[in-house]
Design a binder for this molecule. Sequence first.
Ligand code: PMP
Length: 443
Amino acid sequence: SEPKLEGFVPLYQSWESFYTRNMYRRVRDCWNRPIASKAGPYIDVLERKSEDHNWHLDITGKKLNVMNLGSYNYLGFSENTGACATSSIDSVSQAGVGVCSTRQEYGYSNIHKELDTVTAEFLGVEAAITFPMGFATNSMNLPCFMQKGCLLLSDELNHASLVLGSRLTGATIRVFKHNNIKDLEKKLKTAIIEGQPRTHRAWKKILIVVEGVYSMEGSIVRLPEILELKKKYKAYVYLDEAHSIGALGPHGRGVTDYFGINPKEIDIMMGTFTKSFGAAGGYIGGSKTLINYLKANSHSAVYSCSMSPPVAKQVITSMKIIMGQMNGNDGLRRIRQLAWNTRYIRRRLQEMGFIVYGNKDSPVVPVLIYYPTKVVALSRKCLAEGLGIVVVGFPATPIIESRARLCLSASHTPEMLDKTLELFDKFGTELKLKYSKKSRIAD
Ligand code: PMP
């Protein structure tokens, strides 16, 4: 019954996916062939074995038990036992699961208040506001800061939630090359020149939007240089720490901790609770005035129910553990273990001849595969031997830069890492993925 008009695209298909599908039909076909002939390459996680950080997967009918090197459980707090789980269970008996109200009405309990306070303390800023979803924290709050007549400078690899939020602002968006300070300065200079023939600034505000650790590249933002540009050109900085908070720096406080920068120098500190804290939701930290402004104006605060109490409790407990206020030095142990695991696996992969992107301290380790067809083969071989990794290709990466992405965790044991390396060594040779002739250590 669909109308047969030329150029008609069904509702459930966007132009891009229609185009991509046809272009990559061959790649998709090799996905489908050996494991799933009919149902497609979908993975259902049957059960999570938290104690040993593994997964039980059902890959279209095939039941597998795999090691998890694919999820962002950086500090291993996504456990079903231990202090975090116990505190969440207790909070259910105290406050239930859902609050059924926004924070401005009846959805702001003592637990939420504690979460805001602990988050501000953790970040080292004056105040913080928390939201039930990380994605919405970006997409719904950026429009509070920027409007038409403002200029938003966005790193080309910024996450989809930042891109969506930026578009919703109505501001002029200019994209600079990934982590490229020269290009950013060029764009800032242009912005200033644009104002010169006039008697007032061309742009009401200029906001530089960056991430702490980029999840496809494993690169760390060049924060010190960006802060210099911010001062020189009187711009503001919005920093998304989804992948760096908890995971980076000697105290796990993210990129500011890593570079030894006072967090108060960042105008808007954003992050999510879905990675290092093993929970859900997001936060914005900054000055008291900024946070009060958001409490009254953020769509995500005013029109959306506040966070589920057990989820909030999970975040509070994990933050307290990281800060050393609970469980002795367990937090520090996790931070150090993650840092060790990260450096170990990256160094060993490079010694084997793999090309690995990113910074040596990034818990995201992208291993370059280049060819889309090899991506499929590697993923399949790893799964068959009980190793769960994430493979990414176009459109998430440039066409010829397909990669496998390993996400390290403090929960990975040396045995798990060595098994992973053994499998990579074997499959890397079989699929000719060792492109680098000499071993190389990333900077
Ligand atoms: N920002 C970045 C940089 C992310 O990578 C993600 C998701 N991985 C988000 C925001 C959205 O966070 P969430 O998954 O918690 O909604």
